[in-house]
Unconditional design. Structure first.
Length: 111
């Protein structure tokens, strides 16, 4: 079951973004390690490429930090909206929770 958030995106899109952020961080870490490993290598061309890569990594890190901050803001907004809904509709929330619990219990009992 996917739910839409204030930004119009679903939970699965949030998970995909979180995975993309994690993968991108890994790629940045690997690129930084490569830059450090080639730091002692000579050559003007290599130094130019290394400097350009460092600039690109810095820019990518800044964009990634912005994306993470936006994701955190949306997650907090979703949590707040859920909290407000539960407080405004306590019996409906209890019914939904009980129904989901029964469904999960039924599905687990079939295994």
């Amino acid at each position: 079951m996917s739910t839409r958030h204030a930004g119009g995106e679903t939970d699965s899109e949030d998970v995909a973004k979180e995975q993309l952020i994690a993968d991108f961080k890994t790629a940045m870490s690997d690129a930084e390690a490569l830059i450090k490993a080639t730091a002692n290598q000579g050559g003007e061309a290599l130094a130019t490429v290394r400097a350009k890569a460092e600039e690109s990594l810095a820019a990518a890190k800044a964009r990634m930090a912005d994306a993470e901050a936006a994701l955190l803001v949306r997650a907090k907004a979703a949590a707040k909206a859920t909290d407000v809904y539960v407080h405004e509709n306590p019996w409906k929330s209890i019914g939904i929770s009980a129904g989901l619990g029964l469904l999960i219990g039924f599905l687990m009992g079939r295994r």
